[in-house]
Ligand binder design. Structure first.
Ligand code: ZN
Length: 354
């Protein structure tokens, strides 16, 4: 495919680090359309945007490929011309490093998986740049072993998809008990259903699911086996894991959610909810100070989104229906409300451009 002049201009000014095989776009902020075009070429050459490093990572030095593009003014779009997608090694490096330094236990190989009619089930996939935050749960049982919860989820008797097994544990990480580091239970690229629902779109495309093992008191839920927890050690591990994920994917407290944000008020319980809300407050990046700012963001998504009243600052029926459509199309929880998750996704996908 031919490369446009404006894209060639950007490619000629890339900052290539041959040692780390990474590439930075040297011009500062590009407008969205130009960025998408440049990104398309870099991905076709085998690069993958990494939020944490703010660079495209290639695995091998891409200098020769980029020079070839500049010389010929063309590139091969693998999607259109060869029928395949280059698959990035999803964060493999970071995981190996964290496991080596004792920050997490890589338990993926040991986890039970769901099988239906002899076929091993698997989750849908997401890309690293899809990940904007995390969502915390409690296991709500006295069981401290995530393998047992995984057996339950991967069996037909689970409550999430009754009569059908799930592909595996419906969370990416588990904080097992007081003794060890957090468990990595599924690949970070797996879109698990850890918001706890089977409704289409409730897959965790944007959030990493974490379960804290134990039964903890929460609003409306205090059975005899529940205790006011989790322990201090579990909370510390949660804190460390959240910070590690935030560093890799580039989010702070504004990306911290609990299942209660999505309608399950007792999950993950008072203690974790308090920690979550304190973290959210500490990194309060709420950019929408008014209904008008919500409307302006919705108009960045779709210029015709508010045909009758536009960004008039009054949050009426047209605005509510528009936000509902936005949530539906982006596979978010459909609340029709100005909730913090809808705000996070709007801000991420349709940021204000200077
Ligand atoms: Zn939950």
């Amino acid at each position: 495919m031919r490369i446009g002049e404006d894209v060639l201009g950007v490619l000629s000014r890339l900052e290539v680090d041959t040692e780390t095989a990474s590439v930075k776009i040297g011009d500062g902020q590009l407008d969205r359309k130009l960025y998408v075009s440049v990104n398309k070429v870099l991905e076709a050459l085998g690069g993958k945007w990494n939020r944490g490093r703010k660079a495209h990572l290639f695995g091998v030095d891409p200098t020769a490929k980029i020079e070839h593009c500049l010389l010929t003014g063309t590139f091969v779009d693998p999607q259109k011309e060869e029928g395949w997608f280059p698959t990035p090694p999803l964060l493999a490096e970071e995981i190996v490093e964290a496991a080596g330094s004792g920050l997490l236990l890589d338990k993926r190989a040991a986890m039970p998986h769901g099988v239906l009619n002899g076929v091993r089930l698997s989750w849908g996939k997401r890309e690293p740049e899809d990940i904007l935050g995390l969502c915390i749960h409690q296991s709500a049982s006295a069981n401290q072993n995530p393998l047992r919860t995984a057996e339950y989820h991967a069996g037909p008797g689970n409550h999430i998809t009754p009569g059908r097994p799930l592909p595996g544990l419906a969370y990416t990480f588990a904080i097992a008990n007081d003794a060890g580091p957090p468990w990595l239970c599924t690949d970070l690229a797996d879109k698990t259903w850890s918001q706890g629902s089977t409704r289409p779109g409730d897959e965790n495309r944007h959030l990493v699911g974490i379960v804290v093992m134990g039964a903890f008191c929460g609003p409306g839920w205090e059975p005899p086996h529940a205790r006011p927890g989790p322990s201090k050690a579990q909370l510390d591990k949660l804190d460390g894991l959240a910070a590690w994920l935030g560093k890799i994917f580039g989010f702070g407290g504004e990306g911290y959610f609990g299942h209660y944000h999505f309608g399950k008020s007792a999950c993950p319980g008072y203690a974790v909810a308090n920690w979550l809300e304190a973290s959210r407050d500490a990194d309060d990046k709420a950019a929408f100070a008014s209904a008008r700012e919500w409307q302006q963001a919705l108009l960045r998504w779709h210029p015709e989104a508010l045909p009758r009243y536009g960004a008039d600052g009054a949050w009426g029926r047209e605005s509510r229906e528009c936000l509902t459509r936005f949530q539906q199309q982006h596979h978010l929880g459909v609340t029709g409300l100005q909730d913090p998750f809808a705000q996070l996704v709007l801000l991420h996908l349709y940021p204000e451009t200077p």
